[in-house]
Design a protein around this ligand. Sequence first.
Ligand code: NAP
Length: 273
Amino acid sequence: MARYPSKLYGITGFPLGHSISPALQNWAFQERRFPGVYLAWPEPPEKLGAFFQAVRTLPVSGGNITIPHKEASIKYLDHVSARAKSIGAVNTFFWRDGELWGDNTDITGFLGPLKGRSFKSALILGAGGAARAVIAGLKEIGTPEIIITNRTFAKAQELAAFFGAEALPWDERGKPRADLIVNATSMGMSGRQEDQNPYEESWMRGREGLAYDIVYNPPQTLFLKAAEASGWKTENGLAMFVGQARAAFALWTEGLEMPREAAMQKAAGLLGL
Ligand code: NAP
């Protein structure tokens, strides 16, 4: 290993104050004795073009892209993966043969905890950026029925048309008999939405399924508490978060593995969970 880091990585988004990605990726570089260093680059939208110019001239070896740049970054890249193309959003960039590529590892992260599982019908709560990765992932594993419900119905309709799924008014979300319910809203996340539950316990009673909350802080949201009380299996968003980070790490290091269990513990510690 080089004595000093020789490869530069980082995350851009705006604002970036909450991101634990720098601490997690720097930890992984050290764990794997890889000569990388990962910084936080908060850049407002009007500076995104200049940012990618800097990526090409410094050069920067790779990075992550988060809200609000996931869609707008595509035009600054030479290529994007089929996955990123399928949802029109990138969260990771890296170099291959002198060309700058974009990929979307949120889909990989979302699918991680679902390995070996299949569902007859999935109900997706929310229609924001994260819901796109959720729906693309469920399409990829061949989920026959995908129903999207959202407070702003027009956004559910837009996503349903884009992915060939069904849109359902928010007030009717208790009706479908889905065996997978994914919370892709920000309801339940720490802060002012922590006391919000997007899906009532009584709607889950009398049947079985998996409740998957992509929110990871707190680890047990009101939605997951309600699901557990109804006898449903549960999954929180920590494995998704760590999964997207591991997949990005592998792209930058040409296949080095970020150790999964240790990364889960590290991420939980960084979040104070
Ligand atoms: P976003 O684009 O801002 O979308 C937010 C969604 O939440 C929208 O569908 C919005 O509905 C809905 N919503 C917010 N407040 C609501 C309320 N009071 N009642 C009903 N619906 C409400 O955000 P995002 O990027 O998709 O992220 C959503 C959540 O996923 C966040 O909590 C984020 O932390 C989490 N996430 C986790 C991971 C992970 O790796 N585990 C990755 C990405 C995101 P409207 O359209 O009506 O506003």
